[in-house]
Design a protein around this ligand. Sequence first.
Ligand code: DGY
Length: 292
Amino acid sequence: MTRLDAACDVDRFDGEGAMPHDELVARIAGKQALVSTVTEAIDRAVIDAATDLRVIANVGVGYNNIDVAAARARGIIVTNTPDVLTDATADFTMALILAVTRRLGEGERMVRRGAWKGWALDQLLGMQLGGRQLGIVGPGRIGRAVGTRAEAFGMTVVHTTRSGGMPLDRLLSTSDVVSLHVPLTPETKHLIGQPELARMKRTAFLINTTRGPVVDEAALAWALKNHLIAGAALDVYEREPEINAELMTMENVVLAPHLGSATMETRTAMADLAARNAIAVVTGQPPLTPVP
Ligand code: DGY
C-alpha cells in the first residue's frame, strides 16, 4: 500500500475478505490498474465495466480467478506473482505430507480433548517417508521445490507432466504420496476423480496445495470411506471456504485453510510484486511478471 499510495490515487477496499463482486463492478470504471487477490472473480462483468483498465495485478501465482482471454481481448495485461512463493508453498506441502503420514492432526485432537492416556508402543503409528516414493503431478517451480525437500527426507521422487515424465496412471499406482502441483485449467478440473483414486495404493496419501477443483471432492470422500487410499491432506477446496461435510468428519484427513504461501516474508513479497506490476504498467513500463 505504501508503494501504491506513493505512485497512484488508490481506491481501496477495506472490508473483510474479498470485495463483493457487484461492488467491484460498480467501482472499476475509470481505474487504470486493479490489484486483485485469488478470492476475487475478475470475470467478463468486471472487465466489461472497466473503461480505462490497463493491468490486472493478481496477488498470487494462480490466476484462474481471472478471465484472461476477456482481458487480452481488451488489451489488458494480467500479471501474477511467481517465484516469490515457491519456497513457502513447498515448505507447507512438506508440512502437510508430514502431518498426514505421521497422524499429527489426530494426535493433536486427542491431546486437546483430554483423551491421551500416555505413551503406548502401538499408538497412532504412521508411515515413515524414507525409502517411499513421492509422485509429483505437474512439476513446475513448486513441484520441483517439493521434490528437493522430499529427497532430503530420503524419498524417491517421480513426476508427470503433460509432455513427459512417468505416465499419470503409473505414478498413481506406484507412489506412496501423490502431491498435486498443476494449475487449475479446464483440462485439470477433476484431474483426480474416482478412476484415479481407485488406481492409487491403499496405503497411499493424496496432498493438494494447488487448487481445490483439481480434485473431485465427492470422489475423494468416497475413496477414503472405502479405504482405497490411506489419507489426504488438503490446503485448497472446490468451493472455498466451504468444506465437504464428509471430509470434515474423517480422522485421516488434514484440512488447512489455504495457507500454502502464508509466511510474513512471502505474502509481503507477493503484495509488493503485484504493486510493482501495477505501477510498471500504468507508468508505461513493461510488467515484471506477466502471465504466460
Ligand atoms: C496462489 O498464489 O495462487 C495461492 O493460492 C495464494 O497464495
